[in-house]
Design a protein around this ligand. Structure first.
Ligand SMILES: NC(=O)c1ccc[n+]([C@@H]2O[C@H](COP(=O)([O-])OP(=O)(O)OC[C@H]3O[C@@H](n4cnc5c(N)ncnc54)[C@H](O)[C@@H]3O)[C@@H](O)[C@H]2O)c1
Length: 256
């Protein structure tokens, strides 16, 4: 069977890197879109090659239209048009209240966690229409905070909430083109975004006590769900957000 092409943003770290590795094992060549760390992006590429895939690393700030377009050109030239797109690039909640938040901080969050997915998804559907591809898969990495808000995270919650609505709206627009658009909403996952929980076992155990399954999740567990949504087996799932949080978001009645 011929290999497919997947483009993964945020692919030098955490969930994005795990998605790149897992999709490579499942028969995809990978466009490794990264932002900050050349060495980490090369490590992801090496894992892709070890899994039998081809790949290319491209640096881009996903909030910048011209950088996304140029990175996409590079991936298409190197590997062919992607039929799978995983939007994992993102930054964490600022911990700043609305009253204290600068407009620049607000826009920074929306650039990374929402605009990026708009820009890559727009090019993805345009590209697949051009080559008349019979099917395509978009998977956006959202968060349980798309639904469950917390003080000091208005920027993050609003951006992830909007990402969910982008997922749903786009799924309607491209359904007849054979493209599915879904989101995955993780809870607490041990990646560099949760640096303290990764490095401080006491702190992690304190947070894990509130997770019904009793532990944080791994990037690999999220990547397996993404790979399922990216596969032919998930052809009838679209516009959905699948929660992967060990039951954490079901605890809203605590203290009631
Ligand atoms: N780790 C968690 O607990 C958790 C929970 C829910 C949702 N998420 C979401 O999962 C996604 C991946 O996060 P992670 O946990 O792997 O964190 P991470 O920090 O390991 O990875 C985030 C990646 O996004 C990239 N990035 C940030 N801003 C960018 C920009 N402007 N342009 C391009 N790339 C940019 C970073 O360089 C990095 O590679 C994020 O969207 C995050 O919001 C994570």
């Amino acid at each position: 069977m011929s290999r497919r092409v997947a483009l993964v943003t945020g692919a030098e770290s955490g969930i994005g890197a795990a998605c790149a590795r897992t999709l490579a094992r499942n028969g995809h060549d990978i466009g490794v879109l990264y932002y900050q760390d050349d060495a980490l992006a090369e490590a992801t590429l090496a894992a892709v090659v070890e899994a039998g895939g081809r790949g290319v690393t491209v640096r881009a700030d996903v909030s910048q239209e011209h950088e996304v377009e140029s990175a996409y050109d590079t991936v298409v030239a190197a590997l062919g048009p992607p039929t799978v797109l995983v939007n994992s690039a993102g930054i964490n909640q600022s911990g700043v209240t609305v009253a204290a938040m600068s407009f620049a901080q607000w826009k920074h969050m929306f650039g990374a966690d929402l605009d990026g997915a708009f820009l890559t998804s727009r090019r993805f559907v345009r590209e697949l229409a051009k080559v008349k591809a019979p099917s395509g898969r978009i998977v956006n990495i959202s968060s349980i905070h798309a639904e469950d808000v917390r003080a000091g995270a208005a920027d993050y919650c609003a951006a992830k909430g909007a990402l969910r609505r982008l997922t749903e709206t786009l799924s309607l627009e491209v359904a007849r083109a054979g493209i599915t658009v879904n989101a995955v909403a993780p809870g607490m996952i041990l990646t560099p975004m949760n640096a303290r929980a990764v490095s401080d076992a006491d702190w992690r155990r304190k947070l894990e006590a509130d997770i019904p399954i009793g532990r944080a999740g791994t990037a690999e567990e999220v990547a397996e769900l993404v790979a399922f949504l990216a596969s032919d087996k998930a052809a009838y799932i679209t516009g959905a957000t699948l929660t992967i949080d060990g039951g954490l978001s079901l605890l809203l009645a605590l203290g009631a």
